[in-house]
Design a protein around this ligand. Structure first.
Ligand code: PEP
Ligand code: MN
Length: 351
């Protein structure tokens, strides 16, 4: 609920009201989106019904839209999300690349160095993997996170990695610069609530069967808890087509910009599932106005333990990066040049 407050309410009166709402089963947040003071009251399980008549200082109880905070109207100028030193949602197109799974230190480090040389700004890699088959490789877990942190120290690349369950959120947050919520977990509400408590950026992938409205409702779970560092990622939806792994919903890019202030990336790897189609899907994404792309790359793609058919070599990724430059330029965006070397503290210390 949104509670419109009497404009003359003092800070201590607002404090007392928030305390009362807590005992009634609500989390509260001050919103500065409106001209008058407004409190958002977000119900926990078993919360009592709210009635403006019985709440001192409240002039009205208004049901918010389920995408109140995610909607474009809440922040017409758009949101920029900072991940390590990279800004997503500004003029530059962000490029995230790396393996589907973290397999070893050597594989992750070599891939990171190669994608950085080709122009990637952030490194992706899964330590916890949501696999369709329970018999498939499930990721290295905690060891995978440690590898990612070490690779960040050695290369300077910020880390994007998936968190599968609420219990792992704090551990993943300690190691990652951005927490990815995968397609299969887009409506894992306990997980969304947990990352909403963080102040670290979240990459929220679209569920394969989710409408744009459902996707933005999922983002709202995070925003409503105070974390506005949310980036959306279109990764293809399930249709009747079988040639491609999923169907890239390219219209989602412009539609999300129309509906929401949140930045949107495109993952052409999971969207197509085929190495041969990734370049054109990535170019289409940038042409459509995507704020970035997320691409699977492996130092030896033929050895990749997961998503091998859609995994590119560093050379193939480099060629895509070259071709994206012109597309970005044509739509008034830029792609920062590769950072060929990293002379950070950690590398010097290791030498
Ligand atoms: C991934 O990024 O490796 C992944 C599992 O993606 P998605 O959740 O989009 O399937
Ligand atoms: Mn994958």
């Amino acid at each position: 609920m949104l509670l419109r407050l009497h404009p003359d309410l003092s800070a201590s009166q607002i404090g007392a009201l928030r305390q009362r709402l807590r005992t009634m089963g609500y989390e509260t947040r001050r919103l500065d989106l409106f001209s008058e003071p407004v409190l958002a009251a977000i119900p926990d399980e078993g919360a009592e019904t709210l009635d403006a008549q019985t709440l001192a200082g409240v002039t009205a109880v208004v049901p918010p839209s389920p995408t109140e905070l995610a909607s474009r109207a809440a922040r017409p100028q758009g949101t920029r999300v900072r991940v390590a030193e990279i800004e997503i949602g500004g003029d530059a197109v962000a490029v995230i690349a790396g393996p589907c799974s973290v397999e070893s230190l050597e594989q992750t480090l070599e891939t990171a160095i190669a994608v950085r040389a080709a122009g990637a700004q952030l490194l992706r890699g899964g330590a916890y993997k949501p696999r369709t088959s329970t018999y498939s490789f499930q990721g290295l877990g905690r060891r995978g996170l440690e590898i990612l942190a070490e690779v960040r120290a050695r290369t300077g690349l910020g880390i994007v990695t998936e968190v599968l369950s609420p219990e792992d959120v704090s551990l993943v947050a300690e190691h990652a610069d951005m927490l990815q919520i995968g397609a299969r977990n887009m409506q894992n509400f306990p997980l969304l609530k947990k990352v909403g408590k963080l102040r670290q950026p979240v990459l929220l992938k679209r569920g394969a069967g989710a409408t744009l409205e459902e996707w933005l409702c999922a983002a709202e779970y995070i925003l409503a808890r105070g974390n506005d560092q949310v980036v959306l990622c279109e990764r293809g939806i399930r249709t009747f087509e079988e040639y491609t792994r999923n169907t890239l919903d390219i219209s989602a890019v412009a539609a999300i910009h129309e509906l929401s202030h949140l930045p949107i990336l495109v993952d052409p790897s999971h969207a197509t599932g085929r190495r041969s189609l990734i370049a054109s899907a990535a170019r289409a994404a940038v042409a459509a106005g995507a704020d970035g792309v997320c691409i699977e790359v492996h130092i030896r793609p033929e050895e990749s333990v997961s998503d091998r058919e859609q995994t590119l070599s560093p050379a193939e990724f480099g060629a895509i990066m070259q071709s994206l430059q012109g597309v970005a330029h044509a739509v008034g965006r830029s792609i920062p040049p590769p950072r060929l070397a990293y002379f950070g503290q950690a590398v010097l210390a290791a030498q």
